[in-house]
Write a protein that binds this ligand. Structure first.
Ligand code: AMP
Ligand code: MG
Length: 411
């Protein structure tokens, strides 16, 4: 049986061997959030485009504005003003944050360190050349690379694109992910469930996870535990880049996902992982679609999605698979689990509250939550992370360092 880390490597390797045939699209910047950039973006001009004052104060020649010196203020420059006149020797001009520093001036003195008497300005501190000025072109030159291809467009990336005038962007298509839950007990959330039915929460959580991970969810109506219904719905799901099934992958008589897929020509890369929750997870390929069979218990579905489906969504959406962002934390209470499986326990990681000065080290503490097993969705709403209990070290004492996987939507 593969470890969870080995299983992830298999997913990454198989995702990389599936070519994505969909062409990139040009999107207006307002629709590009979360897409992966399929072009380079370059600076259209120097940044900043002029020597820019970073403070409200006086533009001076540093050599003239020594401590105790006094000189006449001959004008004012606001942000956005056209600046053509050089600074006359022996004078200064009042200047605002974001305004262009005139030729001849080589420093801006903050208004707080000056004294004004009519037109006469005197300086309370020594002045260094260059102070409070960001010089033209110091952030980027015209033609410099502003964004490389392959970056996922977040708010900072969109701001850079906006700054250089890239109002539309060539973006990779998001990975299209078909979502198909299975189970005769599962009913639509708009129905009144019978006494032995449960509402289909997995399709909702999976669609949300796909969207948060940067994919495009395509939810299907739940399939019955019958080969004909399951087969027909899988057939439709195989039109997409990725098909994620929930349920029907355990050892029960009506767990039909693997056998139906096999009958449709699927090749499997693993059908169990040394993991809890999530041991029966199945991964394979059917025709040209990557197929995940996740266990149906909701917490298992959520954990295995984060571990295994996200790297495939990254790759099929044009990005490099992101690493698992493991953190180290101090365990708040002892843990005893079963050896041989890596456990991902719903837990809360907490950092010390910031008060006053910022401490030089943040030492987070992690506490497992009480839960009723992998059907307990409510426990996961109280968790902000999973505490990782290694297969070979199932007993951990309070105060020891442990690994923590943040829930990817809350931390
Ligand atoms: P399975 O993996 O098919 O054996 O399902 C395990 C358990 O997960 C079932 O007994 C249900 O309680 C639960 N389950 C399965 N599918 C769903 C679903 N779509 N939404 C919520 N819970 C589910
Ligand atoms: Mg089932």
């Amino acid at each position: 049986m593969l470890s969870f880390a080995e299983a992830r490597q298999v997913v990454i390797a198989e995702s990389q061997s599936r070519a994505n045939s969909r062409l990139p699209n040009t999107l207006p910047i307002a629709q590009a959030l979360g897409h992966v950039l399929a072009q380079e973006v370059r600076s259209d001009r120097e940044y900043p485009p002029f020597d820019r004052s970073t403070r409200d104060g006086y533009a001076v020649r540093a050599s003239e504005a020594s401590q105790g010196a006094s000189m006449r203020c001959v004008g004012e420059i606001k942000a956005g003003d056209t600046v053509s006149e050089p600074l006359v020797a022996g004078t200064c001009v009042q200047i605002m944050t974001g305004a262009a520093v005139p030729a001849g001036a080589d420093a801006v003195v903050m208004i707080e360190f000056t004294h004004r008497n009519g037109d006469a300005i005197s300086f309370a501190r020594p002045t260094e050349p260059g102070q409070n000025i960001v010089s033209r072109g110091s952030e980027a030159h015209a033609g410099d690379l502003a964004l490389p291809g392959g970056v996922r467009l977040g708010y900072a990336e969109l701001a850079v694109a906006a700054q250089v005038g890239a109002t539309s962007l060539l973006c990779h298509s998001k990975a299209r992910v078909a979502i198909l839950s299975t189970g005769d007990e599962v009913v639509p959330i708009s129905d009144t469930p019978g006494p032995f039915h449960i509402r289909n929460s997995n399709t909702v959580s999976l669609a949300a996870q796909v969207q948060l991970a940067g994919g495009e969810p395509i939810p299907f109506v739940n399939a019955r535990d019958r080969a004909d219904d399951l087969g027909a719905k899988i057939e439709e799901g195989l039109r997409e880049d990725i098909l994620v099934l929930s349920g029907g992958v355990s050892m029960g008589k009506y767990d039909l996902v693997e056998s139906v897929l096999k009958g449709m020509g699927a090749e499997f890369f693993f059908d169990a992982v040394a993991l809890r929750p999530g041991k029966p997870t199945v991964f394979g390929r059917c025709r040209n679609t990557l197929v995940f069979g996740l266990p149906g218990n909701p917490v298992s579905t959520m954990v295995t999605f984060q571990l295994f489906v996200i790297p495939a969504i990254d790759h099929q959406g044009g990005a490099k698979p992101r690493p698992l962002p493991m953190l180290e934390a101090t365990l708040a209470e002892p843990i005893q689990e079963k050896a041989g499986l890596t456990h991902f326990l719903p837990a809360r990681i907490e950092w010390p509250q910031l008060a006053g000065s910022v401490p030089s080290r943040f030492a987070p503490e992690v506490r497992p939550l009480r839960w009723q097993g992998s059907g307990d969705i409510a426990a996961l709403t109280r968790a902000n992370c999973f505490l990782v209990v290694p297969a070979e070290q199932p007993n951990i004492k309070e105060g020891e360092k442990v690994s923590v996987l943040p829930r990817f939507d809350v931390l």
